[in-house]
Design a protein around this ligand. Structure first.
Ligand code: BG6
Ligand code: MG
Length: 213
């Protein structure tokens, strides 16, 4: 079996259930613009950065939006999202998350975080797990969001490990595509029927074992 040297985790929907908060914030925003919004549509937004997500939502509207209007709507969504995450604590870690990070550490793997969320540093602080990562990508430095491989390649480079010696962990279709485009092994977290491009899919991190990949 291959011996990986690093693991790169996504955050939202993998380590904590902020995917739910993004969903709630986008739903309110979409409905304020008369755009219908449900879980199925939300699935396409997972892993997609803020302006990219907004563009997908507004594409459902019959009217056009100026750049200023888009910026105002994105800010409105983000303010709502920030209210939703303000009360997060270590209790919001998903089951198995800390054990998964500790198992990677025990295995001698370097550990990175590749989230396109500009709120990732705040969420890590609230969860109390910032120091469990050797490197966290600053989403503000990424030009092309998932499914482009840029963010996973940057994490690998900063960890000092070749992409082929890394594996990624993701809950989003776009995220798994980003990992695969980076030339890494992909562990999907969620539904195997949705994450069809992943090399292996586990329902949640309770089933995560870095020695198996
Ligand atoms: C990703 C989420 O992690 O971050 C997306 O899966 C979200 O739903 C994206 O849109 C950007 O997050 P933020 O916090 O920068 O708006
Ligand atoms: Mg995610």
């Amino acid at each position: 079996m291959k011996q990986y040297k690093a693991v790169i985790f996504d955050l939202d929907g993998v380590i904590t259930d902020t995917a739910r908060y993004h969903y709630l914030a986008w739903k309110r925003l979409a409905e304020s613009q008369g755009v219908p919004f449900d879980e199925a549509f939300n699935e396409h937004l997972k892993g997609i950065d803020r302006m990219g997500s907004l563009d997908l939502i507004l594409a459902q509207s019959p009217r056009a939006f100026s750049d200023d209007e888009k910026l105002a709507l994105a800010t409105e969504k983000n303010e709502h999202y920030k209210e939703l995450i303000a009360t997060m604590s270590p209790d919001d870690l998903l089951p198995g998350a800390v054990a998964a990070l500790d198992a990677c550490r025990a295995q001698g793997l370097r550990i990175g975080l590749a989230s396109v969320s500009k709120n990732a540093f705040t969420v890590l602080e609230r969860l109390g797990i910032t120091d469990k990562f050797d490197y966290v990508v600053d989403a503000a430095t990424i030009a092309r969001g998932k499914p482009d491989p840029e963010i996973f390649l940057k994490a690998a480079r900063e960890l000092g490990v070749a992409a082929a010696d890394c594996f990624g962990v993701e809950d989003a279709v776009a995220g798994v595509a980003s990992i695969k485009a980076a030339g890494m092994y992909a562990v999907g977290v969620g539904d195997a029927g949705i994450l069809t491009q992943a090399d292996v899919v586990i329902p949640d991190l309770r089933g995560f074992d870095p020695a198996k990949y």
